[in-house]
Design a protein around this ligand. Structure first.
Ligand code: DP6
Length: 395
């Protein structure tokens, strides 16, 4: 029996991927750029195990067995990994051996965070370790076929997914723009919004957008190519002002396209919109961009903020969006936040403007996760395995 256990990160897009030019190969209509988040706070963990004695392929997600043959995306990833192993001359896993796979997220799936990106990146990375194939651009084409955004989670730091031009998708690859230590001060607050509604799945929403949104054509032809270049320059220069403006504008354009889709897709809710207003008010009071919001296909806000500005931003959030759970240790999760002492408190004029912001949204979030830019996937030692004798622990 051979096995590999790995963790892989979540990534959050700054320039969004929205729309495919090929459904099965998952080829996007535009390039996208994301930042990878630290696996210390959010990650998927996967064990893949191959054995001569397994009678069939089996898979468990968060402890529940799921049909292995049921997912065409999973089948495709596996087929591609086997093809790469063959072309690399790797014979570590005999073709007749079956697989057992277990995968968990260390964050609630209900939080609506990018779990498919981390999940497929982790699956493909773990398989690459098992089959003995290297992490390179070609491996990103495999993760892409699990879930588009997953290809960006194979690298740490700042990552660009190139749309590519070829019909077979071989040039639709993710490449690192800058490693995480290029801008380690880049922190993130994820505001997990209370929301019960079911969202339109990304896959379906983007299909409809490609069919019906005229705005999407303009975005793809004109807007994204310019923004990609500007954002790459901003990251290279540690220019938070440009970074923030591009990120917020791109989130807004993505949601405008969701509304321009017919019938429309609505992902943000009332609380999401209050967060947007708050960030604009806050930046204006502070006199420069201190925080930038972005929203994926759901109501949760992801705020980019430099480390030194986290304490003041968090104070303002707690002032404007008061929570009954504030004393609860699970309300603020992840990295700790230094208290603002008197010598660093805000000028009173700014503080009183923040105090008088009238957004009035009590208990708007379930909790807040504080994290930062992080590394790509890593392999863990065998004692971290999720499988024992090929079955999930506890079975
Ligand atoms: C809004 O990668 O989940 O998060 O390729 O159909 O699996 P599929 O979609 P998915 O879409 C992610 C969309 C997004 C933007 C982004 O991450 O770039």
């Amino acid at each position: 029996m051979i096995s590999a256990t790995c963790v892989a990160p979540v990534n959050i897009a700054l320039i969004k991927y929205w729309g495919k030019r090929h459904e099965d190969l998952i080829l996007p209509v535009n390039d996208s750029i994301s930042m990878t988040l630290s696996t210390d706070e959010l990650c998927a963990k996967t064990t893949v195990c191959a054995s001569e004695s397994f009678e069939e392929n089996r898979m468990w997600l968060n402890g529940e067995e799921v049909p292995f043959e049921g997912s065409s995306r999973l089948q495709r990833c596996l087929k591609e990994v086997r093809r790469l192993a063959l072309s690399n001359g790797s014979t570590k896993v005999p073709p007749a051996w079956k697989l057992h796979i277990a995968s968990v997220n260390n964050f609630p799936t209900a939080a609506g965070l990018a779990s498919s990106a981390a999940g497929y990146a982790c699956l493909v990375y773990s398989l690459s370790r098992l089959y003995g194939i290297p992490l390179d651009e070609e491996l990103t084409t495999v993760a892409r076929q699990g879930s588009g955004s997953a290809c960006r989670s194979l690298y740490g730091g700042f990552v660009q997914w190139h749309r590519g031009a070829l019909d077979d998708g071989s040039d639709s690859v993710a490449k690192q723009i800058a490693p995480s230590n290029h801008w380690p001060q880049m922190h993130v607050l994820i505001l997990v919004v209370n929301d019960e509604r079911k969202k339109t799945a990304s896959t379906k929403g983007m299909q409809q957008a490609v069919k019906t949104s005229q705005l999407l054509k303009h975005r793809v032809d004109k807007v994204v190519p310019e923004r990609i270049e500007q954002l790459r320059d901003a990251i290279a220069a540690h220019d938070f002002q440009t970074f923030a403006e591009l990120t917020m504008k791109d989130s807004n354009q993505f949601h405008a396209i969701a509304l321009d889709t017919y019938p429309p897709c609505v992902y943000m809710n009332d609380v999401s919109h209050r967060i947007v207003s708050f960030i604009h008010d806050y930046n204006e009071i502070m006199g420069s961009y201190q925080a930038a919001y972005t929203f994926d296909a759901g109501p949760n806000a992801c705020l980019y903020v430099l480390e030194e500005n986290v304490p003041h931003l968090l104070n303002a959030i707690q002032k404007v969006f008061p929570s009954g759970s504030i004393e609860n240790t699970t309300y603020l999760r992840g990295l700790s936040v230094p208290k603002v002492d008197n010598s660093h408190s805000l000028e009173s004029a700014k503080q009183s403007k923040i105090d008088s912001l009238d957004i009035n949204a009590r208990n708007a979030f379930r909790y807040i996760i504080h994290t930062k830019v992080g590394e790509g996937p890593t392999e863990l030692s065998a004692d971290n395995s999720l499988l024992s004798n090929g079955l999930p622990l506890g079975h």
